[in-house]
Design a protein around this ligand. Structure first.
Ligand SMILES: [Zn+2]
Length: 259
C-alpha cells in the first residue's frame, strides 16, 4: 500500500502517458496519489482528471511560487472548489523565500486567507515551505490553524519537525534521502518518531539519486521507501505500513470513496 502523498500528475509533461503510468504504478504497488494544485488555472484540469482516475485524491489551492499570476479574489472560489470529488486538503499553499519570489507580505496574505478557508472547511493543508519554516509556523499560529496536514518535502531540523508535529502535521519524505550527501536529512529522518512521516515523490520534480535531469514519477516511491528503511534501520514492510497509517491519520476520508 504505497501512497504518493505529493505528485503533480496533472502537469502537461504527463499528458498522453497517464493511463500507462497508472498501470505501471499499480504493478509496482504504488496504489494511491495525492495531487495538489499549484495554479488557479489547474483546478479545472485536476477536477476533470480525478473523475478519470479512482486512485487519485486531490487538494486545491494557490502555490506561493506562482502568485504573480494569481488574485486574492480566486480564493473566494476555493471553498466551492473543495466541495467536489475526493478533496483531501487545501493545498499546495505556503511561503517560498527564494530569490525572485513574490513579496513576502503578499505571500503571507494568500497563505492566511487559504488557511482560514481550510479552517472553515475543517480540512488539513498541504504546506510548501522553502527556507521559511519558522515564518510558516508563525502564520499557522497567527491564523489559529489547528487542522494539521503535510509539510511537503520537509528538509528542516529535528527541532522544526517537532514544532510542526505538535500542530498535527506529518512530514513529507521524498527523493532527497536517496542522495548519499544529504547527511542532515538522513540524521533528521533517523530521529523522527515513526508516526511523523509520509511518502512523496513531488513528481515530476525532485528526481531520485542517479536519475537527475529526468522526469520523476511515482515509480520512484519503492526506491525512496528502501532508503528510508535503511536509514531508520527498519524493514521495508514496516516503513510502508507505518507511512500508510500516518497518511490515514491526516486524511481519515482517504478510502471513503472506494467501493
Ligand atoms: Zn508540489
Amino acid at each position: 500500500m504505497l501512497i504518493d502523498s505529493h505528485c503533480h500528475l496533472d502537469l502537461a509533461v504527463f499528458d498522453g502517458q497517464r493511463d500507462e503510468l497508472m498501470v505501471r504504478c499499480a504493478e509496482q504497488g504504488v496504489s494511491g496519489f495525492l495531487v495538489p494544485a499549484t495554479r488557479f488555472e489547474s483546478w479545472g484540469k485536476i477536477n476533470h482528471l480525478v473523475k478519470r482516475y479512482p486512485t487519485w485524491r486531490v487538494a486545491y489551492g494557490l502555490h506561493p511560487y506562482f502568485l504573480r499570476e494569481a488574485t486574492l479574489k480566486q480564493i473566494d472560489g476555493l471553498a466551492e472548489q473543495c466541495d467536489t470529488e475526493r478533496v483531501m486538503a487545501v493545498g499546495e499553499i505556503g511561503l517560498d523565500c527564494w530569490p525572485g519570489a513574490v513579496d513576502m507580505d503578499i505571500q503571507k496574505a494568500y497563505l492566511l486567507r487559504q488557511l482560514s478557508v481550510a479552517k472553515m472547511l475543517r480540512l488539513p493543508v498541504i504546506l510548501h515551505a522553502r527556507k521559511s519554516y519558522d515564518l510558516v509556523l508563525k502564520c499557522l499560529r497567527q491564523g489559529g490553524f489547528d487542522r494539521g496536514g503535510i509539510v511537503h518535502a520537509f528538509n528542516g531540523s529535528l527541532e522544526q519537525a517537532k514544532r510542526f508535529t505538535a500542530l498535527g502535521f506529518v512530514l513529507g519524505i521524498g527523493g532527497t534521502v536517496t542522495y548519499p550527501r544529504a547527511k542532515k536529512a538522513h540524521r533528521v529522518l533517523a530521529s523522527l518518531d515513526a508516526r511523523d512521516y509520509v511518502l512523496e515523490t513531488d513528481s515530476p520534480d525532485m528526481p531520485i539519486s542517479g536519475f537527475q535531469g529526468q522526469t520523476n514519477t511515482p515509480l520512484s516511491l519503492p526506491c525512496i521507501v528502501q532508503h528510508i528503511a535503511n536509514i531508520r534501520e527498519e524493514d521495508v514492510d514496516q516503513v510502508t505500513r507505518q507511512a500508510y497509517e500516518n497518511l490515514l491519520s491526516v486524511f481519515p476520508k482517504w478510502n471513503e470513496d472506494l467501493l
